[in-house]
Design a protein around this ligand. Structure first.
Ligand code: SF4
Ligand code: FE
Length: 491
């Protein structure tokens, strides 16, 4: 099958019987739901841009399995050049959507499961790698979206999976059958899960022998029997339900999506299993997936940062403050921070190396440094954007006020005329344009898109401490001590 278009992707979702719940009720037509649709539009962009000749080199690749042209989101990285192109592709999509376009978790899972299954088979003589290559071929041939799902709800953080009072807070095997396994549990904050055709499940952390029932990786269609999702709400999300909502949304068309995915005794056939109790390999899968996704943030968050910087610059222009030297300096600072993130994303890609299975892995230390910076710099970029935007970003009346023809003034002025008069900036800029850019900043700094830019920068791909553990492990302090001993003559 050829590469799908955005419209074909949206139609393909309608054929799925994915069970979605929101506000305590089942949502039947979730594809057209005004709170969900922006997140679907975002994924659709990953399909649309693949058909645009100017982005072909970034958005598509040649499959090393079939030799056919595929969407890069389904690709196994074959070189450091592929790793760099991935980062550039994510920056491009961040620029086009100002949001989380969700499809990267699948790509990052493909690359980590591919290499980990190879090494598991090498040790145990299992057939997980073959299973996975067949599965990925199916994904590539049908140009599907896959939710790479790692994060379990985790219950009491002081206890291991097998010590929890409720065993289901980590996904685990409840039954082993001749033809497959039955799993129970849930995955939390699943990016784009509802918009995915398939789910690729990985363990959430390194496991010991006692936790071997939790060392499980498998793939399953999103509408499989026993699988359902509960939508995660976002700040100001019900604005999307307002009649004719436009300006007040800030980002009218695009948004991210997170949900709780529940596995209620779901059967997984043998050929869809990629890890089953080989607990020593859980840590490898986690580390590799986290590494790839921490690289990803050096692309997607940078692209969104480009839009935030653009919005701050426009806001200053619209109110006539753009020539002030401190505004120019703040825009420079924002750019410096944003490009530093990009530099980290590119650096960990350039320093990548092949795995035993043949696909390319990023440099783990640099990828973790990349994500650690992402837990900080977007916050500073947002702080500067709010500084430049001014308080009107959070005090401005609604779009309905700006459009109201209810008379309030002694000379017959309407509410709309009064709002347009007093919230005007430069005389040659329509007040509505000023509103639009301020609402955009509100949306990205505090509203529904803050999930995808601000808080996701903190916790997505692992919270800051998770990177610090990896930085400690990879930082080679012993080697550094050796350096000083050599120079200072210490034996
Ligand atoms: Fe992709 Fe970024 Fe969203 Fe992760 S946070 S799925 S890398 S857009
Ligand atoms: Fe994320």
């Amino acid at each position: 099958m050829a590469l799908m278009t955005g419209a074909q992707y949206i139609e393909s979702l309608r054929k799925l019987n994915t069970r979605v719940y929101m506000f305590g009720e089942k949502v039947d037509n979730w594809v057209d739901h005004p709170m969900i649709r922006p997140s679907i539009n975002c994924v659709a962009m990953t399909y649309e841009l693949a058909h645009d000749p100017q982005y072909e080199d970034l958005m598509t690749a040649t499959s090393n399995i079939t030799g056919k042209k595929i969407n890069r989101f389904g690709h196994l990285h074959q070189s450091t050049d592929d790793l760099r192109k991935k980062v550039k592709m994510l920056r491009l999509l961040g620029q086009k959507t100002a949001s989380c376009f969700q499809r990267c978790v699948g790509m990052d899972a493909f690359n980590s499961v591919f290499s980990t299954t190879f090494e598991t088979d090498e040790k145990y003589g299992t057939h997980y790698h073959d299973n996975f290559v067949k599965y990925l071929t199916y994904i590539q041939e049908n140009d599907l979206v896959v939710d790479g799902a790692m994060t379990d709800p985790k219950g009491d953080r002081g206890l291991s999976p097998s010590q929890q009072s409720d065993p289901d807070v980590f996904v685990h095997i409840v039954e082993k059958r001749e033809d497959g396994i039955v799993v129970k549990g849930a995955k939390a904050h699943q990016t784009g899960s509802i918009n995915s055709h398939e789910h690729l499940i990985m363990p959430t952390m390194a496991m010991k022998e006692a936790d071997k029932a939790y060392a499980v990786s498998f793939a399953i269609p999103s509408d499989a029997e026993g699988l359902y999702m509960i939508y995660g709400r976002q700040s100001c999300d019900t604005r999307k339900l307002e009649e004719n909502a436009d300006v007040d949304l800030g980002n009218q068309k695009f948004g991210g999506q997170e949900a709780l995915v529940v596995f209620d005794n779901v059967f997984i056939p043998n050929d869809r299993i990629f890890l089953c109790e080989e607990y020593e390999f859980a840590g490898m899968m986690v580390e590799r997936f986290a590494g790839y996704h921490r690289q990803s943030y050096g692309g997607c968050k940078v692209g969104v940062g480009d839009v935030v910087i653009g919005a701050a610059a426009l806001a200053s222009e619209y109110n006539g403050a753009n020539k002030a030297s401190h505004i120019k300096d703040k825009l420079i600072e924002m750019t410096h921070l944003n490009e530093t993130l990009y530099a980290c994303g590119m650096a960990c890609s350039c320093e990548g190396c092949p795995t035993k299975a043949g696909n390319y892995q990023i440099d783990l230390l640099l990828a973790n440094v990349c994500k650690q910076n992402v837990t900080r710099f977007p916050y500073e970029i947002v702080r500067l954007a709010e500084d430049i935007a001014g308080g009107l970003m959070v005090t401005m009346p609604s779009e309905k006020d700006f459009k109201s023809d209810v008379v309030v003034g002694k000379e017959g002025e309407t509410i709309g005329e009064i709002c347009n008069k007093y919230f005007a900036g430069r005389a040659d800029v329509p007040t509505e344009d000023r509103m639009r850019v301020l609402r955009f900043l509100e949306n990205i700094c505090l509203g529904s898109s803050a999930v995808g830019y601000r808080t996701e920068s903190m916790h997505g791909a692992g919270s800051p401490q998770a990177q610090r553990i990896m930085i400690a492990r990879q930082g080679n302090i012993e080697g550094k001590k050796g350096l000083v001993k050599d120079i200072a003559g210490i034996k």
